[in-house]
Ligand binder design. Sequence first.
Ligand SMILES: Cc1cc2nc3c(=O)[nH]c(=O)nc-3n(C[C@H](O)[C@H](O)[C@H](O)COP(=O)(O)OP(=O)(O)OC[C@H]3O[C@@H](n4cnc5c(N)ncnc54)[C@H](O)[C@@H]3O)c2cc1C
Length: 288
Amino acid sequence: MIPATFDYIAAKSLDEAISLLAQHKDDAKILAGGHSLLPAMKLRLMQPKVLIDLGRIRDLSYIKEEAGQIRIGAMTTHFQVEISDLLRRSCPLLPETATHLGDMQVRNKGTIGGSLVHSDPAADWPAAILALDAELVARSAKGDRTIKASDFFVEMLTTALEPGEVLREIRIPAAKGKPAQAYMKVRHPASGFAVVGVAVNLAIDGGKCQSAGIGITGVSPKAYRAAKVESALKGNVLDAKMLSAAAAHAADGVDVNSDLYASADYRKQLAIVYTRRALETAISRVGK
Ligand SMILES: Cc1cc2nc3c(=O)[nH]c(=O)nc-3n(C[C@H](O)[C@H](O)[C@H](O)COP(=O)(O)OP(=O)(O)OC[C@H]3O[C@@H](n4cnc5c(N)ncnc54)[C@H](O)[C@@H]3O)c2cc1C
């Protein structure tokens, strides 16, 4: 399939990208790795008249520690996250999640920022970003705006980004001690996207769960934090009975997707089973 005709502009700086976006308004789309946008353009689901490419803006691609946070530039590729020593040491959930994304070509070119803004209901990053209680920093002509991950995903393919805003950074609060983290996914056999993906981020002290972040993707029209699982875990001793009881709430209060591959009942059951497995895996990595 061939996309409709469009103009292409390689922005040299974030400021230039923002002013181009202000100039072309709804006619323009930001281009990051192109691995979601270009397929959509080829199917003519999207027909932007102007593409503003962020690919040459080097200072949007980094992973660093600053002010008690891990900060990731929006143009950081999935592969850069996967191989980051800093993340493997301090936030292993992110490199682990990256290994589940697509294939090597997708991971080499696709970006964490592009995936979050695309907000595919079966994408992997949203689950991890929610579990980590991250913040997303958007820049527009008015300056920076910080959005909590739990407010960022509005509905399928829609985020809280406003017209004229570019996502520039993802901020993860640094963990106190060694976090118990895991990402587990049931891959769709054809697309590789998540039928169900569960990200777990626990702080455990003295045998008890001090804090819990559980992000779930693939199950409903947008990724969500499993608040009832989190509250069932918090303050409790994490034995097998407790984990099963907490995981049973994995799909509470959400509209569960149903499609040719997985009915709503089956998907809900997968969410429960994979939440329990992800909890067990995360805990086994740090011990109680
Ligand atoms: C074969 C294949 C398999 C895949 N498998 C998986 C998978 O298993 N799991 C998974 O999660 N994903 C998967 N993907 C999607 C992949 O992860 C994409 O890289 C990702 O969804 C989009 O990132 P991108 O950098 O390519 O963004 P693009 O495609 O360039 O952009 C996506 C959207 O975000 C907007 N955008 C991008 N960056 C910004 C920004 N900084 N600020 C504002 N707007 C922005 C664009 O305008 C566009 O609307 C797959 C893709 C392919 C082609």
